[in-house]
Design a protein around this ligand. Structure first.
Ligand SMILES: [Zn+2]
Length: 266
């Protein structure tokens, strides 16, 4: 039943997959969570190993969201906020998620960065806003962030982490319920300290292009946007790029996808 939960793309942790899954199932049973589950994501058609519901993730992310908002000053700029919300909601509609509640928050920081937390909470930094001279450019970023949501990337990432940590606990002498709870502890780390995988980043890129196109933005503008992001990085790439695939490859992949969909040439 669980044989396919971990694909070969999973990085080697030194534990055999069979051991890992046995431990994960044991840990999950201990806490009465659903056992190993592979679900097909309707957005991507990709099978995912997911142990938590979107609602659980959203609930857990509230703490992380509150923490970021406490640590980073808000950028109180009414017209900028309106623009962010207008583009963000339009892109969410393009993704078929317009009926859900979204929160878009501007932060007063020069970082060229943005992020999304479970529960549809999107953070957008002033530095990125100021370089997003066209709405199409903002839509490129927001499409990518919405893609992380529909791709269920946080839940997937968290589930893998949980399985690995549970395996490590079981591999020790004994599993205590306290250790298991720590391994399963949702909190501030959700969505922030664990980076998305490259595969997830690439998937978010493709989903984002679909959503911005569906929302009526020009997907070809993703190319100059990412090029500007690269150029603006100097010797050190902007943070938004640092956990992402190699920038040049990334742009070429996005270009290939746009042309393949017939939305080019670009
Ligand atoms: Zn991303």
């Amino acid at each position: 039943m669980c044989a396919n939960c971990y694909g070969s793309r999973e990085q080697s942790t030194g534990w055999k997959r069979r051991d890992l899954m046995r431990a994960a199932v044991g840990g999950a049973a201990l806490l009465a969570l659903p056992a190993c589950e592979t679900t097909t994501n309707p957005e991507t058609g990709r099978g995912q190993f997911i142990l938590v519901s979107d609602e659980q993730m959203a609930q857990a992310a509230l703490q992380a969201w509150a923490q970021v908002r406490q640590q980073t000053p808000a950028w109180n700029n009414r017209s900028a906020q309106q623009r962010l919300e207008r583009v963000g909601l339009r892109v969410a509609q393009g993704a078929g998620r317009g009926g859900q509640q979204w929160e878009f928050q501007l932060f007063d920081s020069p970082q060229k960065n943005a992020f999304v937390l479970p529960g549809n909470k999107v953070g957008f930094y002033r530095g990125l806003f100021e370089m997003s001279e066209r709405d199409d450019w903002m839509a490129t970023v927001l499409g990518h962030e919405v893609g992380h949501v529909t791709g269920r990337h946080a839940a997937e990432r968290y589930s893998r982490e949980m399985a690995t940590q549970t395996a490590l606990q079981v591999a020790g002498t004994q599993i205590s319920s306290r250790a298991a709870m720590a391994a399963l502890g949702l909190g501030a780390q959700v969505g922030l300290s664990l980076p998305f995988s490259r595969e997830q980043e690439s998937e978010a890129d493709v989903l984002g292009i679909n959503y911005m196109q569906a929302a009526g933005y020009d997907p070809r503008q993703a190319i100059p946007f990412w090029s500007a992001m690269n150029a603006g990085g100097g010797s050190r790439p902007p943070e938004f790029l640092s956990t992402h695939p190699d920038p040049a490859n990334r742009i070429e992949r996005i270009r290939g996808y746009i042309n393949q969909r017939g939305w080019g040439p670009v």
